[in-house]
Design a protein around this ligand. Structure first.
Ligand SMILES: [Zn+2]
Ligand SMILES: [Zn+2]
Length: 233
């Protein structure tokens, strides 16, 4: 028998009941901080008068190892608070809802750049995983993978050693910290993967995603995109 009873859920922002298939009402979804004009490569916001070529100064002089960073939101209220709830208080309703909106944004982008063969969540080292209980990037990637029909690969990229927290470090210290932090394992080594998308929750200085992208590029991956909930400008 068909279940005709609508499934109601509470909006994660205003608490009102919604029949949408995500836990966000239409009004709150409309008011989220979406990026307006972002760099075609790294996804950073270009400001009120964007250059006609569409790239930020840093990407023109020193482009990252990945091709394109797709961010669903600006790192602002209330997205910043929803991400913190997801990561630090196991707010899976927040995580799933934001991931679903990122999946919709990614679907649009894939029409132009093509669909990646695999989603590669940024791996957490075992000690960080024990502390948090879950890897936020894997949780996001699962929602995106299901929505977009892309396999999530959680075993190809691994942390090769524990890296101390990146918080409060300079760009140079971050790079040193991450050097040799990622290794690739298994069947994909050898050039069968041409196009992948790295999944991360928040991209700040790009050091983490850029380091992994460099490792993937070295292994023969020709197109590397990045999917993140928010890009810090
Ligand atoms: Zn709402
Ligand atoms: Zn850029």
């Amino acid at each position: 028998m068909t279940n005709l009873v609508p499934i109601f859920q509470q909006c994660i922002l205003c608490g009102h009941c919604t029949t949408a298939d995500i836990a966000l009402c239409a009004q709150c979804a409309l008011e989220l901080p979406y990026p307006e004009c972002a760099c075609k490569r790294c996804g950073v916001e270009l400001g009120p008068i964007p250059p006609v070529h569409g790239y930020c100064g840093r990407c023109l002089s020193e482009p990252p190892s990945f091709d394109h960073c797709i961010a669903a939101f600006r790192y602002e209220f209330p997205v910043r608070e929803l991400i913190a709830g997801f990561k630090f208080h196991a707010g899976f309703a927040e995580g799933r809802t934001l991931a679903r909106l990122l999946a919709e944004r990614a679907t649009q982008a894939f029409e132009t750049i093509g669909k990646p063969q695999r989603l590669l969540p940024i791996p957490l080292h075992a000690s960080r995983l024990r502390e948090r209980g879950f890897n936020q990037s894997i949780e996001l990637a699962r929602v995106i993978g299901q929505h977009c029909g892309i396999t999530v690969d959680t075993s190809y990229c691994r942390r090769s050693r524990a890296t101390p927290t990146q918080k409060g470090l300079s760009a140079e210290e971050r790079a040193t910290n991450l050097r040799n932090a990622f290794t690739l394992h298994g069947e994909c080594v050898g050039g069968t993967l041409r196009h992948v998308a790295i999944v991360d929750d928040v991209v700040t200085t790009m050091t983490t995603v850029d380091t992994l992208a460099r490792v993937l590029r070295h292994a023969g991956v020709t197109r590397i995109d990045v999917l993140c909930l928010a890009r810090v400008s």
